[in-house]
Design a protein around this ligand. Sequence first.
Ligand SMILES: C[S@@+](CC[C@H](N)C(=O)[O-])C[C@H]1O[C@@H](n2cnc3c(N)ncnc32)[C@H](O)[C@@H]1O
Length: 254
Amino acid sequence: MRLGNNRILVSAVSILTIWRGINHFSAMAWRSHGINNRDMVSHLKRNGVFHSYEVEEAMSQVDRKYYSEHNPYMDAPQGIGYGATISAPHMHGTVLEALKDHLINGTRALDVGSGSGYLTVCMALMMGEKGRVIGIDHIKGLVDLSLANVKKDKVGHSLLQSQRIKLLVGDGRLGYPEEGPFDAIHVGAASPSLPHALMNQLKYGGRLIVPIGPEGGNQTLEQIDRKEDGTFTHRTLMGVMYVPLTEKDQQWPY
Ligand SMILES: C[S@@+](CC[C@H](N)C(=O)[O-])C[C@H]1O[C@@H](n2cnc3c(N)ncnc32)[C@H](O)[C@@H]1O
């Protein structure tokens, strides 16, 4: 009985600690605005959104002004049309940091819900000359927009020309088996349940970062690792708010 009570106490303390951690992170995260790209990246680093040199380098090289027409250096999502947003800088920093050890030279990655194209370009920069990232979005207008953004950005344009990135139209829930399996998969919209098709396109030793939860409800950012024996482990990174990973007509019925 005593042991049972202690267990309850330990669980309550753990939940409180995790909750404080999430709250502390959220409070710090939304504060990383900048007056320009460099200023924004330095605030993200100072606020502990990322720690690694690789993430800092990638986010410094890709100027958000090419990917967000409105408030590019504000630490909040911005509308990009078609019912979509470019995610907030702190979310981009968080997912790049979580995927960092899988975005290394010569690896292959998938960015589901590539929207503005910003994160696809950052991922490719981290993956070096032999890496390749497929960005997939289900709205053709958004893929056209991302291609136009990338072409305005010298850094992105050279990645496109050298085929280190490819941006295409498709239902990201199905992944892109033509070029899988992948070392890293990022999903930029909330899946209502575990995305099994994507999990099955992970290489053994690969990592998937995906928000999971109902539209407008409790969502968490999940890290799913595929172990060398093919089985999966899960870790919840933080509470989040994402637009849903959904049907094209649900998002933009025009
Ligand atoms: C929050 S936005 C993030 C976009 C991108 N990561 C960025 O920061 O610019 C989510 C994106 O997921 C896309 N999306 C939603 N459901 C999808 C699906 N089934 N297949 C592919 N893309 C989808 C939306 O069109 C939107 O561009």
